[in-house]
Design a protein around this ligand. Sequence first.
Ligand code: C2G
Length: 132
Amino acid sequence: MKTVITFGTFDVFHVGHVNILQRASALGDTLIVGVSTDELNFSKKQRYPVYKQRDRMKIVNGLRYVNYCFYEESLEKKREYILKYDADILVMGDDWKGRFDEFKDICEVVYLERTPSVSTTQIIEIISSDDD
Ligand code: C2G
């Protein structure tokens, strides 16, 4: 039995998010997802997500590919989370390529190709430009 773990904000949930979760789940038997907290996001991007963490978690948790979700409270805790959930494979989109190679001593690290032409930032820009 293989456990896969992945992390993300999953704000303004879109097809790129579904694709990576679907492909991550296909690599193992159980998919565990760390959903970034609102505070973690603020510290990373200097803005709060559009959707609050509770709603982002509910959306991700509602997908049939996802077995379990938890809040990712700090980027520095990745090793702790991987060990806690006994993950065999860490999956991230290739925008993070190389950034998590340090965990290769405790699990397999796989970077999957991002879905082209869709991003939360781009959706926010389209919606806000419609308001003008
Ligand atoms: N993603 C993708 N294709 C897109 C957009 C996103 O494959 N068009 C992937 C990203 O590569 C990531 C996941 O979807 O693996 C979640 O993306 P984000 O919500 O943007 O996550 P991010 O803010 O990068 O948070 O600890 C790491 C962070 O929590 C990751």
